[in-house]
Design a protein around this ligand. Structure first.
Ligand code: NI
Length: 175
């Protein structure tokens, strides 16, 4: 059975605002979903994707921030990811999102985080992340709580981006 590219939801969509459910049973269907999400993410191209972005309200994210040519790919699949500690030190990064195409804005987050998750084999993992990995994993975990990077921005900026996305969706619907 091959992998399949999934359609990425575009903001605004009520499914992007929901709190996703914990995964307590690692089924083949869920592993296949994770593979599909990786393919969808690489194809976009992007460095992270959360299950709600493909319309599945479960706590699953995928990421690979080794995007330089000289780094080998490092696809990570995280079920029920949780930030267990975060640095006081922060980092500002110009974030984007596959559900908010071509819009970017500075977001401040802890510069280092320790994350605990269950991998695709059902094993518990814990690892510290810094730099782009730290930004990305926090952005993706936010998706599981119905939070988008534009929720960190001021009201005016957020409304401006949302208006642009509504226009884009109307255009896409027209085909
Ligand atoms: Ni995103």
């Amino acid at each position: 059975m091959g992998t399949m590219k999934r359609q990425i939801l575009i903001h605004p969509d009520p499914r992007l605002k929901k709190v996703a459910a914990a995964v307590d049973d690692l089924t083949d269907a869920r592993r296949a979903l994770a593979e599909d999400m990786l393919e969808t993410m690489y194809d976009a191209p992007g460095i992270g994707l959360a299950a709600p972005q493909v319309g599945v309200l479960e706590r699953l994210i995928v990421l690979d921030c080794a995007k330089d040519e000289d780094q080998p790919p490092r696809p990570l699949v995280m079920f029920n990811p949780e930030v267990v500690s975060a640095s006081d030190e922060t980092r500002v990064y110009e974030e984007g999102c596959l559900s908010i195409p071509e819009q970017f804005a500075d977001v401040t987050r802890p510069s280092e985080v320790t994350v605990r998750w269950m991998d695709a084999d059902g094993a518990e993992q814990e690892e510290g992340f810094a730099g782009l990995w730290a930004t990305c994993v926090q952005h993706e975990i936010d998706h599981l709580n119905g939070k988008l990077f534009i929720d960190y921005l001021g009201t005016l900026k957020r409304q401006m981006i949302t208006r642009k996305m509504k226009k884009l969706k109307r255009e896409l619907a027209r085909g």
